[in-house]
Design a binder for this molecule. Sequence first.
Ligand code: TYM
Length: 338
Amino acid sequence: MDNSKTVVLSGIRATGQLHLGNYLGAIQHFVTLAQDPSNDCFYFIANLHTLTTRQDPQQMQIDLRNIVLDFMACGLDPEKSTIYAQSSVPELSELSWLLACLTPVSGLMNMHHFKEKKDRLSEEGLKANAGLLTYPVLMAADILGPHANLVPVGEDQHAHVEMARELAKRFNHHFGDGIFPIPNLLEGEGIRVPGLTADGKMGKSEADSAIMLNDSPDEVERKLRSAVTDPQRMKRSDPGDPEVCNIFTFHHLLSEPEQIEWARKGCTTADIGCVDCKVVVADHINKILTPIRARREELLVRGMDFIDEIIHEGGLKARKIIAANVKEAKEKMGVPSY
Ligand code: TYM
């Protein structure tokens, strides 16, 4: 490993198809960062994290391969970035234990993600498993394992990266300065792509709320057409409030400043209807997705065996680097492999 390079690392859970939120919040940055030769990029499928919420063995493997395919369709090159499955690197689970012993339970119980998931499960009469509680510790191990300097993620993951930073500082404080670099987020606010049918972020759970990377152009238009806007704007002639409209958030994410202004003015004066806005947004989204769809089709012609090879090679490479770092961390903690 070349120590003069910036280590970039990020992961995605294997939970079904990837969506536009994953692309805009994370994958587009993966691609840009991978093009800079001063970066050493590690992108992985967090299939151990998937187990906290989904445990269908066959589906897990299908999702894993599909995400690697989507990575490549979005422009990642396995020759330039190390692409791997979290489960290929058992030392991450070992590091997770070491870090868990430095993590107060109260901090984990107060994590917004944990509370939200626990409440949702309890509404269904289910109990949260221990993996959900220690989720951020494994995530810290993912980040600190390859000595990551930079972690490109969407806004929803910022609290988790903050915990990884705290754990790196705590570890270094107790066991030796400079063992783990303190990982940074990308500069600026992380983004949150809204859902189409509800408040909150675009997620994988509700098919009509998310634009999937492999949705057809018609599907994108259909989903946009039925997307919620300002609920107070009942008729075309009612002026709307862009600040409460998810479609306007999409303008912020995808449109040029003049077009954002067009949408704002047109909405507040009722000069344009919601449909006019939606057509523009659907067009922007289809411009992003068209080359991704085309590359996905091209890749699929090659079958899926080459994907397995990429995951295998990436796993070997990542494991070699991470295992050496974990060995060092164990030695510093006084628990080497005797
Ligand atoms: P996951 O699989 O939920 O999401 C993967 C990436 O997509 C981003 N993202 C979004 N960004 C903007 N708007 C949205 N609506 C949206 N939905 C998802 C996420 O912020 C994320 O960057 N815990 C992580 C996986 C993980 C990880 C890591 C990430 C495990 N270990 C170490 C970074 C570093 C997760 O569940 O991502």
